[in-house]
Write a protein that binds this ligand. Structure first.
Ligand code: NAD
Length: 378
């Protein structure tokens, strides 16, 4: 069977869904691998690195013969037309609000897997694209902040005087936030962080940062069974805003990462709070793609306001560190693919009873099969 890895057609997507390492592993499973020419270039992987590991270099037309297609983004209608019926397509599908696109994949007979729906269970940790990419985004957020801050992050004592350490405040201490905390600490900043999940408190402290939050009864119950945040009550949000307002005014850098699954990002930093910051301060809003945590943040823009505060709103932040992001993403997809390969027949077998398949399979056998997207039963 053949696995095809195309070059992403979205010009803003530099990542690629295979690495030399995963090509080698797929070959070892008995699969043939075809990589579209130039697919890895934006992730600093030349074609020769893929061929060294046994891949063939091909063109878009090779999609037609592929049994499995590995991608970063959901395939476009054009791309879908280039795949054979029965092909497995594994990617981040971003399917909410994209019912027509999901149905198009079903009609084409494609088995589409949404990697972002991988359950957060031990067995699937190695397949968790949200974590691998959020981790790098958290790191990159600090690098992006430092690049526009125009002051040093660590305290520097020199013969010519002392530069004070920067104060960094991280809002949302999930995967991205925790990595942002660790990175800012390594760069010598004084770091505080907040979250609405009580479990975050200890994790923040273990990274050497100070936890600040409104710790009332609602906070103590704010974590769902899946480990995600709940949307907080209006009363909590008001208490949180008062606490945050005081704290933000004293910060040099604020990095926001707060998300609630299936809901718009909570607004945590108001325009008044932004206005209260010192000239030269920097805010990085990692949630900007999902509506943003910061009032005034604009997707894909870096804005310096009249008061001298800069708001950084990059989207696809993992893509800004594409060479590393692709290696981890490729490994996540490989691990999932491997779990579906029958070791004796060396073929990929979709077992609809497997819990990983159940959670991620959107379309199969000509129909939309995922519970969140399938048409309601009559
Ligand atoms: P996420 O990207 O959904 O959200 C980022 C953070 O924002 C979360 O920590 C959330 O609590 C926080 N947040 C939401 N609303 C907020 C508000 N109003 N104010 C402040 N913070 C707010 O989360 P994530 O990074 O995907 O992680 C969620 C949880 O899942 C974490 O506990 C993480 O450790 C856990 N996790 C488990 C596994 C696994 O077991 N395999 C893998 C990854 C993450």
């Amino acid at each position: 069977q053949t696995v095809f890895i195309p070059k992403e057609i979205d010009p803003s997507e530099p990542r690629v869904a295979a690495s030399p390492d995963t090509v080698k592993r797929m070959k070892a499973l008995g699969l043939d691998v075809v990589v579209e020419a130039g697919a890895g270039l934006s992730s600093r992987i030349p074609d020769s690195e893929f061929t060294k590991m046994g891949a063939a270099i091909g063109s878009v037309a090779d999609g037609e013969h592929a049994d499995v297609v590995l991608k970063v983004r959901r395939p476009s209608d054009d791309e879908i037309r280039g795949y054979k019926s029965g092909a497995l397509v594994i990617a981040t599908m971003d399917p909410y609000g994209k019912q027509a696109e999901v149905e198009a994949m079903a009609s084409a007979g494609i088995s589409a897997f949404a990697m972002e729906f991988m359950p957060r269970i031990t067995r699937a940790q190695v397949m968790d694209v949200l974590s691998s990419q959020a981790n790098l985004a958290g790191y990159q957020a600090v690098v992006d902040a430092a690049a526009v801050y125009e002051r040093a992050l660590p305290m520097m004592m020199t013969a010519a005087g002392t530069v004070p350490a920067a104060k960094v405040f991280v809002m949302g201490a999930g995967v991205a936030g925790l990595q942002a905390i660790a990175t800012a600490r390594r760069m010598g900043a004084i770091v505080t962080a907040t979250d609405v999940r009580p479990a975050a408190k200890e994790q923040v402290a273990s990274l050497g940062a100070k936890f600040v939050a409104v710790e009332d009864d609602e906070f103590k119950a704010a974590e769902t069974a899946g480990g995600y945040a709940k949307e907080m009550s209006k009363a909590y949000q008001e208490k949180q805003a008062a606490m945050v307002a005081d704290h933000v005014a004293k910060q040099d850098i604020v990095i926001t990462t707060a998300l609630i699954p299936g809901r718009p990002a909570p607004k945590l930093v108001s325009a008044a709070m932004v206005a209260s910051m010192k000239p030269g301060s920097v805010i990085v809003d990692l949630a900007v793609e999902r509506g943003g945590n910061v009032e005034g943040a604009v997707a894909d823009a870096v804005i310096t306001l009249d008061n001298g505060v800069t708001i950084v709103g990059h989207t696809n932040v993992a893509g800004r560190i594409a060479a590393s992001a692709s290696l981890l993403y490729a490994r996540n997809l490989y691990a999932f693919l491997e779990s579906m390969v029958d070791k004796t027949s060396k073929t990929v077998v979709v077992n609809p009873e497997d819990e990983l398949v159940k959670a991620t399979l959107l379309t199969h056998g000509g129909s939309v099969v995922h519970a969140n997207f399938a048409p309601a039963a009559p």
